[in-house]
Design a protein around this ligand. Structure first.
Ligand code: 0RA
Length: 287
């Protein structure tokens, strides 16, 4: 009985939270992307190097969501010679159909309307982290240039923007093999926003990309830094997930167990995974 009451209370709370979230998203839709450029800190926390890197995490997170939905298996991250970023995933490709409500292609709406991400896939679409679906349009608002190529249904579509505004409306740029699908996003962070630095740190990028591979079992993440003469592609994939992550973190330490303790369980549709090792000479975790 007590459990029933708890469940009921949780359901009511969940409903209230959903309503509040909806109200908030509606307000932000009205504000548009000018609000993001006026107060970038509100959306990415800081305009320091950390904020600059946050743009990459947001775009990668969108690809990871597509992988979690079961449609993408590989994400490619490239630092271009001019310090711009290209992220490619082999998911379904962002929808390109004209939406009834806006009369605009869904692809355009994803990048020009705050919170548009959550509208696809029934609200619960954004699951991998970040800013709950505001990612793509925030990155667009804070970039001097953002262009996207979507491959789906035997066609390649292109759109580009400057500082959040459509520059080239969506158009078909060619045919593609019927089986090919995915999304390629390229963006140039705006130096008017990122006044401290617009230079990406390869170590920060590699560390997070490696970590994301551990956290998303089976997903292949690639990284290439084209600013280097000898740009090699680094690939990360962890079939063992966080179990492998703990082994990686504890490498070279005095581990008390031959292998990590590992438990996995589900509760109300949420999966929890725990991997645990004891080490006598533990130092702060670095990756
Ligand atoms: C919702 C629906 C569909 C694709 C996506 C989202 C999608 C979003 C992103 C963002 C980055 N990469 C992405 N890949 C896919 C497809 C719905 C359909 O095919 O019917």
């Amino acid at each position: 009985m007590a459990e029933d009451k708890e469940t009921q209370e949780e359901l009511v709370k969940e409903k209230e939270e959903k309503a509040a979230e909806y109200d908030a998203s509606q307000i932000q839709v009205l504000e548009g992307l000018e609000a993001v450029r006026k107060r970038p800190g509100m959306y990415i926390g800081t305009t320091s190097s950390q904020g600059l890197h946050h743009l990459v995490w947001e775009i990668i997170d969108n690809g990871i969501d597509e992988a979690l939905a079961g449609f993408a298996s590989e994400i490619d991250v490239v630092v271009e010679p001019d310090n711009s970023i290209t992220v490619t995933d082999d998911g379904r490709g962002i929808p390109v159909d004209i939406q009834k409500k806006t009369g605009r292609p869904a692809l355009e709406t994803v990048y020009t309307i705050l919170h548009a991400g959550g509208k696809f896939g029934g609200g619960g679409y954004k699951v991998s982290g970040g800013l709950h679906g505001v990612g793509a349009s925030v990155v667009n608002a804070l970039s001097t240039e953002l262009d996207v190529v979507v491959t789906r249904g035997g066609k390649r579509y292109y759109i580009d923007f400057t500082r959040g505004k459509v520059k080239t409306p969506m158009k078909i740029i060619g045919d593609a093999p019927e089986h090919e699908h995915g999304t390629k996003v390229h963006f140039v962070p705006d130096p008017d926003i990122f006044t401290e630095t617009t230079t990406y740190d390869d170590k920060i990028l590699v560390q997070r990309i490696r970590e994301l591979a551990f956290l998303n079992k089976g997903l292949q993440l690639n990284f290439t830094d084209k600013r280097k003469d000898t740009a090699e592609k680094l690939s990360f994939k962890a079939e063992g997930g966080i179990r492998e992550y703990v082994e990686f973190l504890d490498k070279g330490k005095d581990n008390l167990l031959p292998e990590p303790i590992y438990v996995e369980g589900q509760y109300k549709g949420i999966t929890v995974e725990v991997a645990l090792q004891y080490a006598t000479n533990a130092t702060p975790a670095t990756c």
